[in-house]
Design a protein around this ligand. Structure first.
Ligand code: C2E
Ligand code: MG
Ligand code: MG
Length: 711
């Protein structure tokens, strides 16, 4: 350091040992040098040496003050090879231009390089040219700038890859700032400059515009974050689906300041989702929506239906589809389903909705005005009538198979999809119970009946094991009105709750479920066992009549006659001990087959009686061809004997006709002496009814027999 130069600029008061005196504000400013963060150096332009510096100038580069003041600009230059040349250029520039700035790189004592911006002012210090030089370290700033540029392009790249753009709306100025990707998503060139909210809204699909605007307005007022999916319709006609998210910041006065948001192009995801939906919600055979879609659609309709609206739900099941499939093959079966789908489509209005929800099951939905909902029955009836009557388009069938339909209504029967579907299905099951091509409207009673039937069916299955079945015996009296000619075995069921269930209820049920075979066999065996027991007691009950269901008659392995023979053998009985009662209606279903079976039984020696005669309108010719022994005139006619001449005529004609065919006649349900007398006068052979004896337990009937034998 040159002793002639006073180091007053950059030395501290502590270093000087006194508080400096200043003459002016200008002088005071000199002390700023050590307060600021810039490095300040005084450079002698003639020698090129540093002659003074502030603390940060030497400390930042890692030198002690004394050491630093022995250096020149070349010594702290980062590029060592060019250091001397650079210094020379800098000194020359300073001499030529007393004030200026440039950028350079310095090397600290540790070897680390720093980016520096240099500003200088040349001063005349008592005839000697010096430069006051400020070194501002830009390394951190440059790194930050570089980093932010890098982050900016990273963000841009990320936005481009994920198809997510960002934007910011200034509510005060109305200015909308868009990221590059947002421009691209909206199909706007970044060159158009400032974009307004109105311009953006113009790109939204007209059908979605109101929703987008309402959502945005609401979010801007409340400050709540929002999320909305909508479509863009770009100027070139392209359609995009986007997901927009945003949040508005509100001022203290509650007014919106800015909304920050993102917009994501989800067209591809949407397309994939739609494709998946097609797979998940469409029945591939008929191309109709499937069950899952039906549930979803019903839920949607229920959700959006106003108070004044109702929904009609039809559950439809094709009749006989299983046998078409089995007999004509699956190919035809498929064609029938497809044809049924198009047939139903023709019966629909634009607002109606159709789905295939099971193998041969369809669902139709129709939204209607609440007041018109009962018209739904007409629609259902139209469908019912049309299906069985249209030609089976391309199916090789003369007609499209008929269908059974169950109808339910919302809100009357329920307001959720599950309940409504269940109601429509209950109505459908009820329709099917009544045969083919039937239509039923849901009522709570139907549901109750079905449940009871189901419960009955379950407990009936266990009735035999639980020994809940019994046979009662009702005497059959001969023409004189006093001798027991035989008895009819009548089934009784006392269920687990102790309730007596009428055979009129459980026999038809057992026939439907197939349980009739087990029950029927139990009846045969029990009747034979009892007959055997009476025989052993020396009692003579005459013929024991057993009721036989049409299904038992038609059974094959084992056949009815095999079952009967088995029981007879076990109990040491002969066919002549039994009479088989078959209802008239059982014969009518398939007269040829029934005739064949009856002939076999008759040949084996069994007596055959036709039960409930008069209720089934069987023809004389048919009866003539069957090997029958007895006609049982139905209670219905006996009941009306005294009141109705027409019924009297029928009974009379029946008895005459039976005699001509060589058949015995038995009148059922004789309750009054008057009826008995009239029937006796008409020439009826036998009588059965409460007047002559109610159905009774075996012991009671045994006592009756012994009393009669004693008399
Ligand atoms: P069904 O074979 O015509 O039996 C006569 C029915 O009339 C019996 O009803 C009997 O109790 C009733 N009855 C008899 N006399 C009178 C009378 O004077 N007045 C009135 N009001 N009723 C009278 P039940 O026992 O309730 O049986 C009903 C039907 O259930 C039977 O009609 C029969 O078709 C069927 N059934 C009963 N047991 C069996 C069985 O073991 N197998 C089959 N397959 N069906 C059976
Ligand atoms: Mg009977
Ligand atoms: Mg009867």
């Amino acid at each position: 350091m040159e002793p002639s130069v006073q180091s007053f600029w950059f030395s501290t008061p502590a270093e000087q040992g006194l508080i400096p005196c200043v003459d002016s504000v200008g002088d005071a400013l000199r002390f700023a040098a050590d307060l600021g963060s810039d490095d300040l150096v005084v450079l002698d332009l003639a020698s090129g040496h540093f002659i003074d510096c502030n603390r940060s100038a030497h400390e930042r580069l890692g030198y002690a003050r004394e050491h630093f003041l022995t250096l020149n600009p070349a010594a702290i230059q980062a590029d060592e090879e060019l250091a001397d040349d650079l210094m020379r250029d800098q000194l020359r520039a300073m001499r030529q231009q007393p004030r200026g700035s440039f950028a350079t790189r310095h090397r600290a004592r540790s070897g680390a390089c720093r980016d520096v911006s240099v500003s200088y002012q040349v001063l005349d210090l008592s005839g000697r040219l010096v430069a006051l030089v400020s070194h501002r370290d830009r390394t951190e700033l440059d790194t930050a700038l570089r980093e932010s540029t890098r982050l900016g392009s990273l963000l841009q790249e990320a936005e481009r890859l994920t198809h997510v753009g960002s934007w910011e709306l200034n509510h005060r100025t109305g200015e909308l700032l868009l990221s590059r990707e947002t421009y691209s998503i909206l199909g706007i060139s970044p060159d158009v400059g400032a974009v307004t909210y109105g311009l953006f809204l113009g790109k939204v699909h007209p059908e979605d515009r109101a929703l987008v605007e309402a959502t945005f307005q609401d979010a801007s007022r409340s400050g709540r974050p929002y999320r909305i999916e909508y479509r863009l319709l770009l100027d070139d006609g392209r359609l995009k689906v986007v997901l927009e998210r945003g949040r508005t910041s509100l001022g203290d006065d509650g007014e919106p300041i800015t909304t920050l948001g993102t917009v994501q192009d989800i067209s591809e995801q949407h397309e994939i989702q739609q494709r998946l939906e097609r797979i998940a919600f469409v029945d591939p055979l008929t191309r109709l929506p499937n069950k899952a879609a039906a549930v979803r659609q019903l839920a949607r309709l229920l959700r959006t239906a106003g108070r004044e609206h109702a929904i009609v739900l039809i559950n439809l099941d094709l009749d006989n589809f299983q046998s078409i499939n089995n007999s004509l093959g699956h190919e035809i079966g498929n064609q029938v389903l497809q044809a049924s789908g198009s047939c139903l489509r023709h019966l629909m209005r634009p607002d109606d909705w159709l789905a295939r929800v099971g193998s041969d099951e369809f669902i139709l939905l129709r939204p209607v005005a609440l007041a018109d909902r009962l018209d739904a029955l007409q629609w259902a009836e139209e469908i019912r009538r049309s299906l069985g009557n249209t030609p089976g388009m391309g199916t090789g069938l003369a007609v499209q198979p008929s269908a059974s339909l169950g109808v339910a209504l919302a809100p009357d029967h329920g307001t959720d999809p599950d309940t409504l579907l269940r109601c429509a299905n209950t109505a459908l099951m009820e329709a099917k119970q009544h045969g083919k091509n039937q239509l039923r409207f849901y009522t709570p009673e139907i549901s109750l009946q079905l449940r009871e039937r189901l419960e009955l069916e379950l407990s009936l299955g266990r009735a035999i094991d639980r020994e809940q079945l019994r046979l009662f015996y009702q005497p059959q009296i001969d023409r004189g009105g006093s001798r027991i000619a035989g008895a009819e075995a009548l089934l009784r069921w006392r269920d687990q709750s102790g309730r007596m269930v009428s055979p009129n209820v459980f026999i038809p049920l057992a026939e439907k479920t197939g349980q009739i075979h087990t029950i029927g066999l139990w009846v045969i065996e029990e009747a034979c066992r009892q007959l055997h027991a009476w025989h052993r007691q020396g009692l003579r009950p005459g013929k024991l009549a057993i009721n036989i269901s049409a299904l038992q008659l038609g059974a094959e392995h084992p056949s009815l006659s095999e079952l009967l023979t088995g029981a007879l053998n076990t109990y040491d009985l002969v066919p002549e001990n039994l009479e088989l009662e078959i209802t008239e209606t059982a014969l009518l279903n398939d007269p040829d087959r029934a005739g064949e079976q009856l002939r076999q039984l008759a040949e084996s020696g069994f007596s055959l009686a036709i039960d409930d005669f008069g209720t089934g309108y069987s023809s004389l010719a048919m009866l003539h061809s069957l090997p029958l022994d007895k006609l049982k005139i139905d209670r219905f006619f006996v009941e009306r004997l005294g009141n109705d001449d027409a019924d009297l005529a029928i009974v009379k004609a029946t008895i005459v006709m039976a005699k001509e065919l060589g058949l015995m006649t038995l009148a059922e349900g004789v309750e009054t002496p008057e009826q008995l007398r009239m029937l006796q006068n008409l020439g009826c052979d036998q009588f059965q009814g409460f007047l002559l004896g109610r159905p009774m337990p075996a012991e009671a009937f045994g006592s009756l027999l012994s009393t009669a034998a004693a008399a």
